[in-house]
Design a protein around this ligand. Sequence first.
Ligand code: HEC
Ligand code: HEC
Ligand code: HEC
Ligand code: HEC
Length: 473
Amino acid sequence: MLGIFRVIARRVASFRLVSPAVLLGLAAGLALAGLLTQAGGALRASPAQAEASSATLPGHTGVASCAGSTCHGRSVADGAVVRQDELLRWQEESSPSGAHSRAWRAVREPRGQAIIRRLGLDAAGVQRDCAGCHATPGAQRQSDGVDCEACHGRASGWLATHYTVGATHARNLAQGMTDLVNPRVKAQVCLDCHFSGDAKGQFIAHRIMAAGHPRLSFELDLFTTLQQHHDEDADYARRKGGKTNAMRMWAVGQAEAVKRSLELFSQPARAVDGIFPELTFFDCHSCHRRIHDGEAGGNVTAVPNPGRPVDPGTPPYNDENMIMLLAAARVVAPDAAAIFDTRARAFHRAMLVGRSETVAAAQALRQSADALSGRFAVASFTREQTFAIMETIASDAIGARFTDYGGAVQSVMAVDTLLGGMVNQGMVPAAAANGLRIQINEAYAAVRDPNGFQPMAFRRALEGAVRSIRSLR
Ligand code: HEC
Ligand code: HEC
Ligand code: HEC
Ligand code: HEC
């Protein structure tokens, strides 16, 4: 079980968990139940995948420099300020919090090797096409996978001072630490690898998917929680100006994903592969669909989608994040929602006209998404608004746009994240929310098999989940 399926299996098992310790326990339980891919198994290193020393960037200090037993290398989380067992949690390969330390190994294991073989990559090809996401760009040791500095920033400017007397979050940032509290900054860090980036060999082309790579599906708040290795206690709230607002994280994550997609698509070198458009930008199942010759109703399995004014047979742009962003905007920034919607439709329609028209429409849409990201980053997301966003996602107007698998998966992750966020903010009692797990699991079950995805059945499952959530309102 890989990628999004693995994540779905995890979500089906339990609610948003606030404590990393609980998360670790959950991962262990799931592993026993056989739901998680077990780390381990023989490494099959071939010469092509032997560690290459990539160009080391100045300022990267390496995991060892964080790992001291008085620093982040403790075996118990008894630190006065931060847990200090972060290294152990990053290394725990059987849990999602340990996924990053095994990222380079994944390239060397049989599935990674099979992808590399199908693409015919030599060592340089692996560096070019895989290392940007499965290792830390600029690190000395690729075998450390995605290391601390891949997210926290290169450490040389702050390593010696970030724990000393007088250290504050603001000072650390001034010395070059990455501001992962800022949802816009964090989204961009994660999206480089969990969507695609435009530098450092971080682009997941359709060729790589077609060679067997799991598809990438990402939701900022859910994935942050899955790899969480910090506690949001009183000390954290004091240092960072409050606890994480999951609803804000979700909404900003959607806006930033829309921006990233449009930015990459607007680059001529990214958007075209030979004589074909780069297919990774489009909805996967629009092409990977069966043709039912001779059956009642003809060959048509596509369901009309009111948000995409394109002709039958045109590959639709993957708009999973646009749909979520629209739902959030309708509630939290209604004045901006209509223009975003108009621009999204214009973007889809421009595809029927030409490349330059499409790029112009992409730029306009990106601007709208950027403005929404800025507003969401400072919005508080009240209880009423959060309920309203969930209702909007399941409403007829938005629900009719889940004609494809990608959007459907986003909508279930959204409902799960938003409900979990309300629990964490004390807006909804945990016990009551847990009582709705069955309905949410039904919505997850409706997206478990991408090839058997049934839009109408999915909408019923999603509506059922939201109807039961309504009872908490
Ligand atoms: C844009 C960044 C990106 C690029 C480029 C990339 N990957 Fe990945 N890869 C990921 C992410 C992110 C995941 C995890 C997906 C998830 O679980 O959501 C992943 C998962 C995998 C997995 C499954 C790992 C597991 O533990 O199940 C393998 C194998 C893999 N990648 C191999 C490769 C190879 C080989 C290449 C180069 C041809 C490559 N990847 C290029 C980002 C990337
Ligand atoms: C995939 C990205 C990623 C990686 C890899 C990663 N972290 Fe983190 N880390 C985060 C995020 C996101 C947070 C939460 C930041 C926040 O909300 O202030 C965090 C929080 C922390 C905190 C708590 C900060 C605080 O102010 O309470 C510490 C300490 C920490 N990480 C250390 C490490 C160490 C050490 C490693 C490597 C062994 C590591 N991290 C690897 C993303 C990452
Ligand atoms: C330098 C690239 C890179 C960055 C930056 C990065 N990741 Fe990852 N992440 C990966 C790769 C590659 C994998 C898959 C590793 C594997 O399964 O072997 C992964 C796996 C994960 C997983 C486990 C998913 C699963 O299927 O079990 C989570 C959760 C995750 N990342 C969250 C985050 C978050 C949150 C951020 C931003 C704070 C982030 N990542 C930043 C490359 C990256
Ligand atoms: C515009 C049409 C189109 C879109 C959109 C598209 N693909 Fe493909 N895909 C193809 C074609 C054409 C092939 C090659 C089929 C062949 O070799 O027989 C292919 C091959 C594949 C294969 C290999 C299948 C096999 O059995 O060999 C995979 C896996 C794949 N695509 C995944 C994806 C994913 C994931 C997405 C979405 C990110 C996607 N595709 C989007 C047209 C598309």
